[in-house]
Design a protein around this ligand. Sequence first.
Ligand code: PBG
Length: 339
Amino acid sequence: MNIFPTARPRRLRNNSTIRRLVRETTLSPADFIYPLFVVHGQGVRREIASMPGQYQLSVDRLAVEAEEIAALGIPAVILFGVPAAKDAVGSENFAAGGIVQQATRAIKAAAPDLLVITDVCLCEYTEHGHCGLVNTPGAEWYDPHRPEGYVLNDPTLEILGRVAVRHAEAGADMVAPSGMLDGMVAAIRASLDEAGYSGLPILSYAVKYASGFYGPFRDAAEGAPKFGDRRSHQMDPANAREALREAEQDIAEGADIIMVKPALPYLDIIRRVRERTAAPVAAYNVSGEYSMVKAAAARGWLDEHAVALECLTAIKRAGADMILTYWAKEAARWIGEQL
Ligand code: PBG
């Protein structure tokens, strides 16, 4: 007599061909968006200490980089700029010759089909490292009803709109506001439409948590807050329902793609946003998620190749249509080798 139940799940796991046939989630280089950090200077390719394998690149280094990324089948990059100088309003952000504007032109010239998405925020450009104008007595945006040092919402929106238009003028294919300010999508949509860019999509960092996992990025983009933190605008990690409100509101304001960030500690959020909305969902596999695996792998504690692909597969399985990841280039190569 057969003591086993008739179902033997192992029948479908016995070899790699059959596993491939029944696989529910597959990764493709087409799922990835690769973040790039651009800096002023000539011939700069400076490795970021806390993010091994990631570099700050000067504009003249971008053509080769863009061609490599495009050749790997990765459809898009997202640009973060490190300005030459910082001030209270982040002037370089909306200067015609700003670093991201230069980088966008260089990439579009070298690899016209590679999509350029630009991060739209103030934190890398302001001297205090905050994502908006900071309440300061005497400043023209001073609000006596808010505490000193508060990141002001409405006066910042006009600047975000201006930055988005500058990026569009430089040839950006999509803009990605990351500051978690109320009304940022509506403000940017209105500014873009007014300037004639009604066809330019917005990828909103709609559901962005106040996370400790951004630590290494703040070295890479040189945008750490000089005082305080981001908890008055980024979400509390304890909240899930609020993520749905943020996503719905951004869609109502005109967001074309909704991002959840970070990814791995928030797979439940990716899933819930996926189920609630029909809009494409992006997930940001952030710097800390990358660096902790790199650090463990450097000690021989983890197999980076296996763990990275497992992480990316989990993010996609949770419901992400696309993943912003520092592993994009390596993962594209690993996926190619598997086939
Ligand atoms: C802000 C921004 C941050 C990241 C992307 N855009 C940092 C922050 O909010 O402090 C983090 C990305 C990462 O950690 O990889 N412009």
